[in-house]
Design a protein around this ligand. Structure first.
Ligand SMILES: Nc1ncnc2c1ncn2[C@@H]1O[C@H](COP(=O)(O)OP(=O)(O)OP(=O)(O)O)[C@@H](O)[C@H]1O
Ligand SMILES: [Mg+2]
Length: 305
């Protein structure tokens, strides 16, 4: 396995805040690696250290085989970084923004024209090339930011919440583009607040308070969840939820569409828990969302203890 990105015990503090604490993980070449975690978990700080935009207090980052602290210019040539708030110029058109970033990366002439054409086609933004960026929809703005990031043909792409606030259809479009790039050999490290997007990643790291608290493929994380997960159907979901909430063995009960999701301690027997209730219960594989929420719950109860 060729390693594209390696974080080795990275730490960074801001005053009293330990934003990232001895963080280590690797991303393989060609992988889509997702960083998830609550606000302030340290995702942006991690991405910025990996891209050489922020110096770690301790530890090191190796990207595309190069030590980021020692070979920053070469690393910058090899990577693309799309910041949480990417800088588009609102009064410049789509094409002018691309030209601006082309100049910045020194991508010129025929090469630039060809690449621009390909990117506009891939993102289906061709019809909007003369529209000022300020007048694009949220999803289109993110696609333009991605195009600008791709202009110098990076091998490794770092994206910080690239689809935040974007509607579901545009988010799916954005991911189809990412999947196409990955098929062409790109490595992607992406932070996201959307767990349906996390499901699309090959591997996920969940951060909390500057640490990696879960790491694995979506299937591994689901299989490793200690709580047992059931779908429960009944004529009156609210009453059933209320009845179940405080029974021994129950970790949590949540409304999920037209059913309840019931989480039991590993040693609890579902029939004992349900007792006399008139319901249908079926063991289910948890969704990634269930796994991550359960982890947050565990961390919360540890912190409170
Ligand atoms: N430049 C800075 N100066 C001071 N504190 C900072 C700075 N950057 C980050 N922090 C703090 O470090 C912690 C981690 O922040 P970071 O932005 O990395 O989190 P995040 O996981 O990206 O959160 P979000 O999901 O809200 O984007 C937070 O407590 C934040 O307030
Ligand atoms: Mg962030």
């Amino acid at each position: 396995m060729a390693v594209a990105v390696q974080a080795v015990s990275l730490s960074r503090r801001f005053g009293a805040v330990e934003a990232v604490r001895e963080l280590s993980f690797e991303v393989a070449t060609g992988e889509v690696f997702g960083l998830v975690g609550p606000d302030g978990a340290g995702k942006t700080t991690t991405l910025r250290m990996l891209c050489g935009l922020l110096d770690p207090d301790q530890g090191r980052a190796v990207v595309a085989g190069m030590d980021v602290a020692r070979r920053l210019d070469d690393v910058k040539d090899a990577i693309g970084y799309m910041a949480q708030k990417f800088g588009l110029y609102g009064d410049l058109t789509v094409e002018e923004n691309l030209d601006f970033y082309g100049d910045l990366f020194n991508v010129v002439g025929k090469q630039r024209e060809e690449l621009k054409q390909r990117l506009l086609k891939m993102t289906r933004m061709e019809p909007f090339r003369a529209r000022p960026a300020a007048k694009l929809s949220g999803g289109m703005k993110q696609k333009l930011s991605l195009m600008c990031t791709l202009l110098h043909r990076p091998q490794i792409l770092f994206l910080d919440e690239p689809t935040n606030g974007v509607d579901p259809v545009s988010r799916r479009d954005f991911w189809l583009i990412l999947e196409e790039l990955v098929r062409d050999g790109m490595t992607v490290v992406v932070s996201t607040a959307y767990l349906d997007e996390a499901e699309r990643c090959h591997r996920i790291g969940m951060m909390d308070a500057g640490k990696m608290v879960l790491l694995g493929t979506p299937a591994e994380l689901k299989a490793a969840m200690p709580e047992k997960c059931y779908s429960v159907k009944s004529a009156n979901l609210r009453a059933t939820k209320h009845a179940l909430e405080h029974r021994p063995g129950v970790v949590d009960v949540e409304l999920n569409g037209a059913e309840l999701h019931l989480f039991l301690m590993p040693n609890a027997a579902v029939l004992d828990v349900l007792g006399d209730l008139d319901v249908q219960a079926e063991r289910i594989t948890p969704a990634l969302e269930d796994v991550l929420i359960a982890e947050v719950r565990r961390l919360g109860s540890k912190a409170a203890a």
